[in-house]
Design a protein around this ligand. Structure first.
Ligand code: FES
Ligand code: FES
Length: 158
């Protein structure tokens, strides 16, 4: 066991856990942040996507102590920024979630994409959104990302 500190959603959180425990399970089991989901446990599906220093990371394969001192953001904090709120509104308007299981990871990947490309092309969306969805929401995801980008562009001062 190891004691370490993580910066999660703007708060310092002290954790005591196995040194190789993936961040996903520290978030879910030790910090009570269950919005980040387990899908494959092998960095393939994207269900566990969080942001680390603003970049998307599949946290099911990353030992939590390795992220000490990094800025970790989970789906629970997504609505704290305009980009996240625009995406959530577009997700609702386009009825993106079906069973919903993959969607927190989808939203985190989409937020990271919009941070990098304010108005992404279809190709940029396809390149960034490699998350898997058993319900096949891919066309709705793409439409909602375009809608959120338009909304954000309209609200930016010119
Ligand atoms: S659970 Fe992490 S990528 Fe699938
Ligand atoms: S909405 Fe069901 S797995 Fe994606």
């Amino acid at each position: 066991m190891k004691t370490f500190e993580l910066l999660v959603n703007g708060e310092k959180r002290r954790v005591r856990a196995e040194a190789d425990k993936p961040l996903l399970w520290v978030l879910r089991e030790d910090l009570g942040l269950s919005g980040t989901k387990f899908g494959c446990g092998a960095a393939h599906c994207g269900a566990c996507t969080v942001h680390v220093d603003g970049a998307p990371m599949r946290c099911c394969v990353v030992p939590a102590p390795a992220l000490a001192g990094r800025r970790i953001t989970t789906i629970e904090a997504l609505s704290g920024e305009a980009r996240g709120r625009a995406l959530q509104a577009a997700w609702i308007a386009h009825q993106v979630p079906q069973c919903g299981y993959c969607q927190s990871g989808m939203l985190m990947a989409a937020a990271a994409l919009l941070a990098e490309h304010a108005t992404p092309s279809d190709a940029q969306i396809d390149a960034a959104m490699t998350n898997l969805c058993r319900c096949g929401t891919y066309p709705r995801v793409r439409a909602a990302i375009h809608a959120a980008a338009r909304e954000l562009a309209g609200s930016r001062p010119s």
